[in-house]
Write a protein that binds this ligand. Structure first.
Ligand code: DI6
Ligand code: FE
Length: 402
């Protein structure tokens, strides 16, 4: 592990409760994959470095964190996209056995190698945007073998690509056709699988889809009890299409995050705030499903609930592969400020994954870094369809453009 000294960069540290944390002409020393020193270049102490790079005024930020993806799946939903443009709703398609279930069929039919190849290509697309940590959910297998296969693929992404992968078991994503009318029996099975997934080291967190076309709060509670029995943290797809009071339920289990939240109410906000649960907003799904009810950003801001932003990459609700685009959508659609959006893909996204070692530029944290051809982070949120990512380091080791 070399000592790498980066010089003459504009640092955006996001260190501290608010603000960009800018150091205009800054330097940063990496040692052993961690940040060993940072500050004004003019204040550099005498130090030995194995390598020194002049970044010529480039912007240097923490590596981006995409903390909510459904990256592992087979097939695609382009035909459904067309159906929705011909008038069918997302819910109608799901109730008619399409939607997630059609992806489940394609995923079950795919080999582990095929699932990995396709998921790796998607992960590389995210990496081109400066993403150095991703969360990857299961949820398209919906059988014991297929769910484990998807989680193994997710784990393999983290071992074969220069990124950190955090996995989430989402067997409670949809009811597979073979359990039609027997949701409680399916939840029993999904809870049973969890122990084996955990024993194999496949699971970092557990999620569920608590909604009209997902599972009930009572079924969600059973999933959370199974997670808690294994010492696994939870998160929840909550209040996306309706208010099931899932956020308050998840907060009562100290959930890392509640995600989507278009239908979140004041009680849910208060419960999340009390539990320190992160509000994970997903503008790609809002946009792609043409939702009309905005998540309560002003109330979340007022309550001091940390807000994170992610792609929600999934074949049906957000086939997006640009976290930079989500920065702009979070501002343009959800009215976050550029600073809030940036905190949403760095420090707050790290918190949504329970990771305290990244998301900020601070001594001792992982040297996940991105150099940008931009003068200020707000310039990157302002432009969309533009990628100014110049160089990426993962734990201090420069990654080649994927
Ligand atoms: N909500 C979502 O937006 C994704 N899953 C969920 O629970 C979409 C899943 C899909 O349509 O493929
Ligand atoms: Fe999702």
């Amino acid at each position: 592990m070399t000592r790498l000294l980066l010089r003459h960069a504009r640092l955006a540290t996001f260190d501290g409760p608010t603000g960009w944390g800018l150091v205009d002409d800054g330097a940063l020393l990496v040692d052993g994959g961690r940040i060993a020193w940072l500050g004004p270049d003019a204040g550099l102490p005498a130090l030995q470095a194995d390598a020194e790079l002049d970044l010529h005024g480039a912007l240097l930020t923490p590596g981006l964190i995409d903390a909510h993806t459904h990256l592992v799946y087979g097939g695609d939903r382009a035909a459904e996209f067309e159906q929705r443009l011909q008038g069918a709703s997302y819910e109608e398609i799901a109730r008619a056995g399409g939607g997630i279930r059609s992806t489940v069929a394609a995923t079950r039919a795919a080999s582990e190698a095929q699932l990995f190849t396709e998921a790796a290509a998607r992960a590389r697309a995210l990496m081109r945007d400066g993403v150095t940590t991703i969360e990857v959910k299961s949820g398209y297998g919906l059988s014991e073998d297929a769910e484990a296969r998807c989680l193994r693929v997710a784990r393999r992404l983290g071992t074969e690509l220069p990124i950190t992968v955090r996995t989430t078991s989402l067997a409670a994503h949809a009811l597979p056709h073979e359990y039609a009318g027997r949701a409680d029996d399916y939840i029993d099975e999904a809870c049973r699988w969890l122990a084996g997934q955990h024993a194999e080291g496949l699971v970092d967190a557990v999620d569920a889809f608590c909604d009209t076309i997902g599972f009930t709060p009572a079924q969600t509670r059973r999933v959370f009890d199974a997670a808690r029995a294994l010492g696994l943290p939870v998160k929840l797809h909550a209040e996306q299409l309706s208010n099931q009071h899932g956020a308050a339920l998840a907060a009562s289990y100290d959930a890392l995050s509640c995600d989507h939240l278009e239908h979140l109410d004041g009680d849910g906000i208060a419960a999340m705030n009390a539990a320190g649960t992160v509000a994970m907003l997903l503008p790609g799904a809002f946009y792609f499903l043409r939702e009309t009810k905005l998540p309560p950003v002003a109330a979340l801001r007022e309550a001091g609930v940390p807000i994170a932003i992610a792609t929600d990459h999934s074949p049906g609700s957000s086939p997006a592969l640009s976290l930079l685009l989500m920065l702009n959508m979070a501002c343009t659609l959800f009215r976050l400020t550029p600073e809030e959006a940036w905190r949403g893909v760095t420090v707050n996204a790290a918190r949504a994954l329970g990771l305290a070692d990244r998301g900020r530029l601070a001594v001792g944290l992982r040297a996940d870094l991105v150099a940008w051809d931009a003068a200020h982070p707000r310039d990157i949120a302002y432009r969309f369809g533009h990628n100014p990512c110049q160089r990426v380091w993962c734990a201090g080791i420069e990654t080649q453009p994927a």
